[in-house]
Design a protein around this ligand. Structure first.
Ligand code: MF3
Ligand code: CO
Ligand code: CO
Length: 302
């Protein structure tokens, strides 16, 4: 993939510059240097993105983050989830991107009818925007946006407060965001996927909240959903070892009550079994040698 192109380019470059030079030097230029992001180091089924690809991932990630920021002031009592969807679609097109969610139809699902997911209160994820669904004071709503720009995907979501929810619900939302950030803090080359899940689960359960098991983070890049799966629960020291160039989402869903979920007959909407509230936050993350780079940000100078 991109990494093969990178390797080939380095090889011809090395060939040109090494005519008559010592073979060891050639070997170090050709094989050692690109190893950092070489596809050879990718665990089975996984893709490592090259620096050239990461530039595109930063672009689409930033645009997705900007879209969430653009929608934020609209999240008020009285707005319908369809109005949010409409504005998201307009803004996405105006910025030359495509909603990856509109029409998305993995096997077993009908095409998703919205450009964004709007998951209100007891909806865990994949809520469908609707004209008649009007936000009310005390609600919470997760808006999940996934954009496609120049061949690469960026996926991010946040849970917003509508007016003034109860203290318990506000705590659920702040703990969920903190779980995501603590998961991200675990990310660096050499760490394990289980470290991310264990950290999230430990913090969520320390506050008495439960972690949804069925929906997980996912690899992302030239595809919307790919390997690896990134559970938001697990065991320290277990699971796939992280390598520089791996890109995936961390998107914990925490429930006030039971972690059990149900699907609505629309085959998209996921709700809590006990109808208590659920919150979610999501970022797209790249693994670096020393830590994590959050790709779905718009505040930083990137
Ligand atoms: N953006 C969601 C995720 O985080 C997937 C939504 S798929 C849709 O992976 F079809 F429901 F939009
Ligand atoms: Co995602
Ligand atoms: Co998402």
């Amino acid at each position: 993939m991109g990494n093969h192109r990178g390797l080939a380019k380095t090889r011809s470059h090395a060939d040109k510059n090494s005519a008559g030079k010592n073979k060891d030097l050639l070997r170090s230029q050709v094989y050692l240097q690109p190893e950092l992001h070489s596809q050879q180091n990718a665990p089975r089924g996984m893709v490592l993105l090259s620096e050239r690809e990461l530039i595109k991932m930063r672009r689409v990630g930033k645009l997705a983050a900007q879209l969430l920021k653009h929608l934020e002031p609209m999240v008020q009592p009285g707005v319908s989830t369809w109005e949010l969807n409409d504005e998201a679609e307009r803004w996405t097109q105006a910025h030359g991107a495509i909603s990856a969610q509109l029409g998305y139809a993995p096997s077993g699902h009908p095409p998703f009818p919205g450009s964004i997911c709007t998951s209100v209160n007891e909806v865990v994820c994949h809520g469908i925007p609707h004209r008649k669904q009007i936000l009310q004071d005390g609600d919470i709503i997760n808006i999940d946006v996934t954009l496609l720009l120049d061949g690469y995907y960026g996926d991010t979501s946040r849970t917003f407060l509508v007016g003034n929810p109860s203290a318990a619900v506000k705590k659920l939302v702040t703990v969920t965001e903190e779980c995501m950030m603590r998961g991200i803090d675990q990310v660096k080359a050499g760490a394990r996927l289980g470290d991310i899940g264990a950290t999230i689960q430990e913090y969520a359960e320390s506050w008495g909240f439960s972690v949804v098991r069925e929906m997980v983070g996912h690899g992302i890049g030239k595809e919307f959903h790919m390997e690896p799966s990134v559970p938001h629960y697990g065991t320290y020291g277990r699971g796939t070892r992280l390598r520089p160039g791996m890109v995936f989402t961390i998107e914990p869903m925490l429930n006030l009550g039971t972690r059990e979920i149900q699907f609505l007959p629309d085959r998209w909407t996921v709700i809590t079994k006990d109808r208590k509230y659920s919150a979610q936050f999501e970022h797209t993350i790249a693994v670096t040698e020393t830590g994590a780079e959050i790709l779905t940000v718009c505040d930083e100078l990137i």
